[in-house]
Structure formats: structure tokens, C-alpha cells
Ligand binder design. Structure first.
Ligand code: PLP
Length: 223
């Protein structure tokens, strides 16, 4: 048994426990394995263990690692979880199934413009990143602006926005941030909630996460 398989089993057990403990938990949350900085050998271990959903934070890195693996594993689902520069939007639309980091008008307009040109892109869903802690260095729309931005993306730009994502401030209790994200999603009838990482995914699941993004607890410390 590989180290990955053991970590994966342990995480599935924790996911199961968290979901049993809370009435807010969704029945089958998705584990997004955060494979940023991991070499292709480690991705192969994960694929051998039947993990299929992965998160990467850089377009260039994902482009180098995934197309070849995808030829062998066509059911791989890739999420972009890092900030997206406007000039990389087209590459991202070709590579990722889900872009979790729609975080500003300029990017939303760019993506919408590319989609309007008629090309078939891989990206079928977008999540809006909300800066729940209103941290100046962090990407995402402020909670009080989220409603207007969601409305703009869905109704004016016709983007298939299906969820929200957040990264709570490192030094704070994450639960209030997860609860806030859940409330915003609920108010706008968005079904997907990407929240919780290695250190706090149990809490996120208990507060209704549909997607948790786990790197270190699966692959070990990153170099
Ligand atoms: C790296 C990263 C993660 C995974 O963090 P771990 O603590 O290693 O589980 C999750 N979400 C985002 C946006 C990340 O950049």
C-alpha cells in the first residue's frame, strides 16, 4: 500500500465522521486533492488509489503536469484554486473543469468574452471566491459585494456560477467564515461550497462544505 492510499483512507474516515456529526453536512462531499508542487509520480500514486478530483493553483504548472496524465485517465476533474491572471484566462478555460477563483469584474468580463467567441471550453462551472476575512492581501470579493457580483456574473455575463469558495484568515477560527460563506451561497441558491483545507476540513464539512481542498494531509508537506 502506498503512503498516499493510507492518507486517503484516513481522510475518507474523517470526512465520514464529520458528515455523521452534523445536520448541515452534505451527504457526499467531494475531496479535491490539492496537487500543487507535487511531481507527476505522486499524481500517479493518487490516480492508482482512484483519486480523480485534483486542485492546482497555477495554470502553467497544471499545463505541464496534466495533459499527459489525462490521456490515460480521462475521468480526471481539475479545479483551479489559485488566482487567475486575465492573460491566462484562455489557457485556464481549456484546462480546468472548474475555476474556483472568479474574484473580480475584469476577469469575469474576460472569461465571458472568450466564451462568447463560440469556442468549446473545458470549464463548465465557476465558483466565486469570497474574501470572508476582508484581508487586503487576499483575493476574492468582499462579503458585502458578493451579492452584486454573483448577480452580475450570472445575469449579465451569463456565466455558469454554481458555487462559492473561501480561504479564511490563517490566524482566526474558521467556523464563522465557513458559516458566512454558506449563508451567502444559500441566499443566492448556489449549491457548491468549496471550503476547508488540511487543518480545518472537518469543521468545514460540519458547516456544509460540498468540496474540501486538501493538500498536506494527503501528500505530506510541500517542498
Ligand atoms: C494549497 C491550498 C490548499 C491546500 O492546503 P493544505 O493546507 O495543504 O491542505 C487549499 N486551498 C488553496 C486555495 C490552496 O492554495
Amino acid at each position: 500500500m502506498t503512503h498516499f492510499f493510507e492518507s486517503l483512507s484516513a481522510i475518507h474516515a474523517r470526512m465520514h465522521d464529520a458528515c455523521r456529526q452534523s445536520p448541515l453536512a452534505v451527504p457526499r462531499p467531494t475531496l479535491v486533492a490539492v496537487s500543487k508542487t507535487q511531481p507527476v509520480e505522486r499524481l500517479r500514486d493518487a490516480l492508482d488509489a482512484r483519486q480523480r478530483v485534483f486542485g492546482e493553483n497555477r495554470v502553467q504548472e497544471a499545463k505541464e503536469k496534466w495533459p499527459e496524465l489525462r490521456a490515460a485517465f480521462p475521468d480526471v476533474v481539475l479545479h483551479l484554486i489559485g488566482p487567475l491572471q486575465t492573460n491566462k484566462a484562455k489557457e485556464a478555460l481549456a484546462l480546468f473543469d472548474v475555476i474556483e477563483t472568479l474574484d473580480r469584474e475584469k476577469l469575469a468580463r474576460e472569461v465571458s468574452g472568450l466564451r462568447a467567441q463560440g469556442e468549446e471550453f473545458r470549464t463548465k462551472e465557476f465558483y466565486i471566491q469570497v474574501n470572508t476575512g476582508e484581508e487586503p492581501q487576499k483575493a476574492g470579493v468582499a462579503p458585502k459585494e458578493a451579492g452584486a457580483f454573483i448577480h452580475y456574473c450570472i445575469h449579465e455575463l451569463k456565466l455558469p456560477v454554481t458555487g462559492l469558495m473561501c480561504i479564511p484568515p490563517a490566524e482566526e477560527e474558521p467556523a464563522p467564515h465557513f458559516a458566512l460563506l454558506r449563508n451567502i451561497a444559500k441566499a443566492h441558491h448556489l449549491p457548491n461550497l468549496s471550503m476547508g483545507m488540511s487543518g480545518d476540513f472537518d469543521t468545514a464539512l460540519m458547516l456544509g462544505a460540498t468540496h474540501i481542498r486538501v493538500g498536506t494531509a494527503l501528500f505530506g508537506e510541500r517542498d
